[in-house]
Design a protein around this ligand. Sequence first.
Ligand code: UDP
Ligand code: MG
Length: 338
Amino acid sequence: MENQNPIFTSKQEQKEKGNNKSIKNESHKTKLMPSISIVFPVYNEEENIFPLLNATLPVVSAITKDFEIIFVDDGSKDKTPQILIQLKKEKYIKVFTLKKNMGKATALYVGFQKASKDIIITMDSDLQDDPKEIPLLVTKINEGYDFVNGWKKNKHVEKGDKLKRLPSLFFNGLTHMLTKVNVHDYNCPFKAYKSHVAKELFLYGDMHRYIPVQVGNMGYKYTEVVVSNYPRRFGVTKYGSSRILRGVMDLITIKYLVGYKNRPLHAFGAIGIITGALGFILDLYLGVLWILGQGIGSRPLLMLAILLSIMGMQFISIGLIGEMITNNVTRDPDALIK
Ligand code: UDP
Ligand code: MG
C-alpha cells in the first residue's frame, strides 16, 4: 500500500487499470505529471548516499520521468565528494559543492536556486525520512497547496532518550504561539514546495528551522502530512545541544523579520517613544524642582530620567536606520502577486 502512488489515480489511470506500464504511455500524461527536483543537503554522509539514492530513485521515477536529483555537498570532509563525482555522470543527477561547510540552510538555498523543475522536495540525506512517502507530498501539491510540511508525529527517539523530544516540543509550541503559523513540526526536513515558493525563501544560518513561518507569512497556502521517522543508520547527527541556544536566537530573528522587515521603526519606535516620553516627563519634573530651588544632583531619579531619555533616542535611531535599509531594498512585485 505504501508503495502505491496516489497521483496515478487520475482518469487516465483508471482507463489503463491493470496496466502497470501506464507511466510509459506519456503522450497525455506528461501534462498531468509534475516535474520534480529532489534536493538533498549533504554533510559527511558517505555511507548514506547510495542507500538514499537507491530508495529514492524508484519512487520518483514512478511519479514522473521529468525529474532531477540535486545533491548539495556542504563541504564534506569524508568520502562524500568522491562518491558524488561518480554519481554526477548520471544525467538526472546534479551536484553542487560548497566552498566550505556553511550549514544546512545555505545548502538548501543553493539547491533551491539551482533546481529547475516545478515541484521541489527536500529530505535529509541520512535516511531518517522515507522516500516512499514522496508521492504523499506530491499529491498535496497537486491538490493546490503551495507548500507541504512533514510532521514526524511519532518521532524516533532512542530508548531512554525521551528527554530529547523536549526541546523540539518546546520550540514547536513557542513558534506556534509567536508566529500563528499552524503546523506541528516546523523543522521536519521532509517538505514539498511549488518551485517559486522555495526560491523566494531567505535561507542562511539555521533559518531552515523556520521555513513554514516564512511560507505562511508570505501568504502561501500550506498544509502538513504525517511522515515516518527512522533512526540514523550511519554517521552522526551534525547538531548538538548548541541547537537550543541557536534556535532561540533564530526564533527572535524570524519573529522580527516576518513582523517588521518592512516597517522596522514600528518595532523599535514604539519602545523608543514610550521610554523617551517617560524620560522626558521625569526630566521635566526634576527641572521644575530645580527651578523651585531643590537640589536634584544626587537623586537616583535623575539617573533614571537621563537613562530613559537616551534609550528612547537610541531605539528611535535604530528603527530609522532599519527604515533606511528597507528603503534601499529592491522589491519584486511578482513575488507579491498571487
Ligand atoms: N547537513 C548539512 N550541513 C550541515 C549539517 C547538516 O548539509 O552543516 C545535512 C546533513 O547531511 C543531513 C541534514 O542536513 O542531510 C540534517 O542533519 P542531521 O541529520 O545531522 O540533523 P538531525 O537529523 O540530527 O536534526
Ligand atoms: Mg538526521
